[in-house]
Design a protein around this ligand. Structure first.
Ligand code: ATP
Ligand code: MG
Length: 256
């Protein structure tokens, strides 16, 4: 299948545009079973259903904006964030991203369960373009914030869900990114950690010109951190505007 999507990715953090989607569509194929999926490799006529996870999605996020993505389960929020980070490629449309991204997506993305927490941090740090000494420099701060104790030298498969999130958040938020992408990460930690994370997010947003894309089901958090909301339903953009109107729109929509 040839992809008609155009992806433009630069590290130019002076570009007034941070993220731009133009007519972005992402379609998943749903086969009846894994067997059918395998079969489709040799038998193109194998039946499947199409799921339009993102459907003709267009928006522009300016440098320094914090935008909340609202929508019901399955609406397409995570798909849009995954496309922004490059974890997932759209079928068509144009995606433009300017600046270095630090993202905390689903907990399953990014950590190698067989490596220790420390090894994962080093690996991710290198992937982000940090040198070993730069990683060593930020390591104590990450460990201090994550509070996973001696587990840092244990394989990550032995971590609880909360520990994984704490380490992920501590790392993603210590990178001083141009664009910070958070997908429902604050829902998993315990109360104390949530409070700590919220304070750190506020710090990051107050910093110079950080752009944030924030998925949450907590409308309070959306209102606290974002001036703008994008409401998505069935992969389509329903609303794009001020946060209070977005929350009202979404609350009305989801209660009917
Ligand atoms: N890898 C995949 N294969 C098939 N379908 C997928 C895949 N990933 C997502 N989908 C489907 O795409 C649609 C959008 O999913 P997405 O994860 O973007 O929703 P979401 O808005 O993040 O939902 P939630 O609030 O539950 O996290 C859903 O119907 C989902 O089932
Ligand atoms: Mg999601």
């Amino acid at each position: 299948m040839s992809s008609k999507a155009t992806i433009i990715q630069t590290n130019d953090s002076t570009n007034p545009i941070a993220v731009r989607f133009a007519h972005v569509t992402k379609t998943y194929r749903l086969y009846k079973s894994d067997r059918q999926r395998l079969l489709s490799a040799v038998w193109p006529k194998t039946k499947y259903e199409k799921v339009e996870a993102n459907n003709d999605l267009s928006f522009t996020i300016k440098r320094g904006e914090s935008v909340a993505f609202l929508g019901s389960n399955g609406a397409g929020k995570s798909t849009a964030l995954k496309i922004t980070t490059g974890v997932c490629t759209p079928n068509s449309g144009t995606v433009e991203v300017h600046g270095r991204i630090s993202a905390l997506l689903d907990l399953s993305v990014g950590f190698d369960q067989l490596l220790t927490g420390r090894e994962n941090l080093i690996l991710r740090g290198h992937l982000w373009g940090l040198s070993t000494s730069e990683i060593n420099e930020i390591m104590p701060e990450i460990l201090d914030f994550a509070e996973v104790g001696q587990y840092i030298d244990q394989p990550m498969r032995t971590y609880s869900t909360g520990m994984r999130t704490r380490l992920g958040f501590a790392f993603a938020s210590s990178l001083k990114p141009d664009i910070l992408i958070l997908d429902e990460v604050l829902a998993v930690g315990d109360r104390r950690f949530s409070a700590k994370s919220l304070a750190r997010m506020q710090d990051i947003i107050n910093g110079d010109n950080v752009t944030m894309l924030f998925v949450t089901h907590s409308l309070d958090q959306a209102a606290k951190f974002c001036k703008r909301a994008i409401v998505i339903d069935h992969g389509r953009l329903l609303f794009d505007g001020p946060i209070d109107e977005g929350i009202e729109y979404y609350s009305k929509d989801s209660s009917s």
